[in-house]
Design a binder for this molecule. Structure first.
Ligand code: MG
Length: 341
């Protein structure tokens, strides 16, 4: 098998802000697209390295450099290929995820079926995705909510001193939409119980994601006891080893392929979370339809999805998963069901 990769510059439709990256606006994004070739078939994968998790394009490319000579010639030897990579590069799940995704796409092409079908899943059970509204001025937020009129579920970035004003502005424009919020760790032990209780009730929230920073969970059992709405771990839940340790502080987990290391590890997290009684959400970074389609293959197994990364892009180089009205479609094409535009 032959692994090649290239950097891809992507442009966002709108600048994007979140609480954990204060005042830093993103309008451009660079991802890495990986390609594994075997006989006459090609599998695509994507890495979206995140500096918050100490990853960079350079660190991901260093993984690809080594992995290129470790792939061997059996595209179905997932464990034999991936386990040594996780051992050698334990802090580079985004790059390993790209290889895992490309192998799944390739395997699907070799089998002639979509990955979801190979896994025996029911494509009709895919939940509606939320559409994310980033932190911005209230006027821009209102404008974005107007523009998101087609999406029945909004995920709102909060975790600021201005959360009430943000949610009031959104409820003014969208009084009846399902609203979930993501604080990105922006609250603390002193204010988290009051904020969760107040905001969940006043704005009828579906769930709250990552209220306090990763590792700062002391106040969360009391929040769970008060039960304002489900509390979901994102930054606190990186990979399979984290899942069981979260049951006393969270109601659910947000799984992202680039955070956990790909489809194979995401599946392990899904089964562990289900056994532990946790709710499951699938999330994403800002990424192309390659990364989003890969995550969507598992969507029939989860409760909530937030797979809108490709919809935030002005220039997605692939298509296949759709997204109008929040409805992603698992198609019948082999692998991840992608076509290059
Ligand atoms: Mg999040």
């Amino acid at each position: 098998m032959k692994l090649t990769w290239h950097r891809k510059n992507l442009h966002l439709k709108h600048p994007f802000n979140i609480a954990s990256v204060q005042r830093q606006q993103t309008t451009e994004k660079q991802v890495l697209l990986a390609r594994i070739e075997h006989k006459d078939h090609i599998g695509w994968g994507e890495a979206s390295p995140v500096s918050y998790y100490h990853q960079s394009k350079e660190s991901a490319e260093a993984v690809f450099q080594q992995a290129a000579s470790m792939l061997g010639n059996d595209p179905f030897a997932f464990d034999a290929i991936l386990d040594p990579l996780f051992e050698k590069f334990p802090d580079q799940p985004a790059a390993i995820s790209a290889i895992d995704i490309a192998l799944h796409d390739l395997a699907g092409h070799l089998l002639g079926i979509p990955v979801w079908k190979w896994f025996g899943l029911d494509a009709k059970r895919i939940p509606i995705t939320s559409f994310t509204i980033g932190i911005d001025t209230l006027d821009v937020i209102r404008q974005k909510v107007h523009e998101a009129a087609d999406y029945p579920i909004l995920k709102v970035k909060v975790g600021t001193d201005n959360d009430d004003a943000i949610l009031t502005a959104i409820r003014d424009v969208a009084p009846d939409k399902t609203l979930r919020v993501d604080a990105n760790g922006g609250w603390n032990d002193q204010n988290v119980l009051e904020r969760c209780t107040h905001l969940a009730k006043k704005y009828r929230l579906e769930f709250i994601e990552q209220p306090t920073p990763a590792g700062h969970h002391d106040a969360l059992p009391a929040v769970l006891h008060a039960n304002p709405c489900p509390i979901v771990a994102d930054e606190s839940c990186l990979g399979p080893d984290d899942v069981l340790g979260l049951v006393t502080a969270f109601d659910g987990i947000n799984i992202k392929l680039s955070k956990c290391g790909g489809i194979r590890r995401a599946l392990r997290m899904i089964h562990t979370a289900r056994a532990a009684g946790l709710k499951i959400m699938l999330g994403c970074m800002v990424e192309t339809s390659v990364g989003i389609s890969a995550a969507a293959q598992l969507a029939p197994l989860v409760d909530w999805i937030d797979l809108d990364g490709h919809m935030l892009l002005a220039d997605d180089p692939f298509e296949g998963i759709g997204g109008n009205h929040g409805k992603l479609t698992l198609n019948d094409k082999p692998g991840l069901g992608l076509s290059e535009k």
